[in-house]
Design a protein around this ligand. Structure first.
Ligand code: 3PG
Length: 213
C-alpha cells in the first residue's frame, strides 16, 4: 500500500470516529470489559500502548475477540515493536516521535503510521517522505491549539491527531481546527478508573465525550 493510500485509510478511520482513547494495560483480564465499556459509550477506535508488557497481547486479544473495534498500537519505539504490533493485528501504529527507522517502517508496512511530531522540523522529516498525517505530541506542552494554527500556514495539506494533556474540556477546541482529524488521550479511560475496574464510569465518560464532539 502506498503512503497516499495509507493516508486515505487514516482519513476514513478518523472520519468515522474522531476520538482516540490511549490505553495502557496492566492486567489482561481488563482488556475486553474495558473495550466493551468504550464501545458501549460510542468509541470505535482505540490505541493500546506498549508502555506495559501487555500491550502486544492486548492488541492480539482485541483483534481476535472484538473484530469490529479498530485497534491501533501506540508508544511504538523501534522496528521490532513495529513488526510485533503488525503481527498482533494492529490496524495502525502511533509513535511518540519520528526517527528515520520508524518513518522507514511506516513506508514499508501494511498498516498506516502516525508519526509523532512536536516541531516544524519533525513535520518536514516525514513530509519529505510523503507523510501527511501526524500525531502532535505532547500536544498541550508543545504549543497546543496555537501551534496547530501556526502549522496550518506552511503545512496546508497536513492534518494532526494531537494527544498529551488534552481533557474533555479542551478536546472541542482542538477538534474545531480544520487541520485536526482526531484527538487522543487518557481522559476517556483514566488509569485510576481502569485500576478500579469502574467500567460504568468509563462508559459514561466515553458517552459524554462522544456527545460533546
Ligand atoms: C499519549 O501518549 O498520547 C499521552 O500519553 C496521552 O496521555 P494524556 O491524555 O494523559 O496526556
Amino acid at each position: 500500500m502506498s503512503l497516499a493510500e495509507k493516508t486515505r485509510v487514516l482519513d476514513r478511520l478518523f472520519a468515522r470516529s474522531c476520538l482516540l482513547p490511549v490505553i495502557s494495560i496492566d492486567d489482561l483480564s481488563d482488556v475486553l470489559p474495558l473495550a466493551d465499556a468504550l464501545a458501549d459509550g460510542g468509541i470505535e477506535t482505540i490505541e493500546i500502548t506498549l508502555r506495559t508488557a501487555l500491550g502486544v497481547p492486548a492488541i492480539e486479544l482485541l483483534s481476535r475477540e472484538r473484530p469490529t473495534l479498530c485497534v491501533g498500537a501506540g508508544t511504538v519505539l523501534n522496528k521490532e515493536q513495529f513488526q510485533a504490533v503488525q503481527d498482533a493485528g494492529a490496524q495502525f501504529v502511533v509513535t511518540p516521535g519520528c526517527t528515520d527507522t520508524l518513518l522507514q517502517c511506516g513506508l514499508n508496512s501494511a498498516i498506516p503510521l502516525l508519526p509523532g511530531v512536536a516541531t516544524a522540523s519533525d513535520v518536514l522529516s516525514g513530509y519529505q517522505l510523503g507523510y501527511r498525517r501526524f500525531k502532535l505530541f505532547p500536544a498541550q506542552a508543545c504549543g497546543g491549539v496555537s501551534l496547530l494554527k501556526a502549522f496550518s500556514g506552511p503545512f496546508a495539506d497536513v492534518r494532526f491527531c494531537p494527544t498529551g494533556g488534552i481533557t474533555l474540556e479542551s478536546a472541542g477546541d482542538y477538534l474545531a481546527l480544520p487541520n485536526v482529524m482526531c484527538v487522543g488521550g487518557t481522559w476517556m479511560a483514566p488509569p485510576a478508573l481502569i485500576r478500579a475496574r469502574d467500567w460504568v464510569a468509563i462508559r459514561r465518560l466515553s458517552q459524554e465525550s462522544v456527545s460533546l464532539m
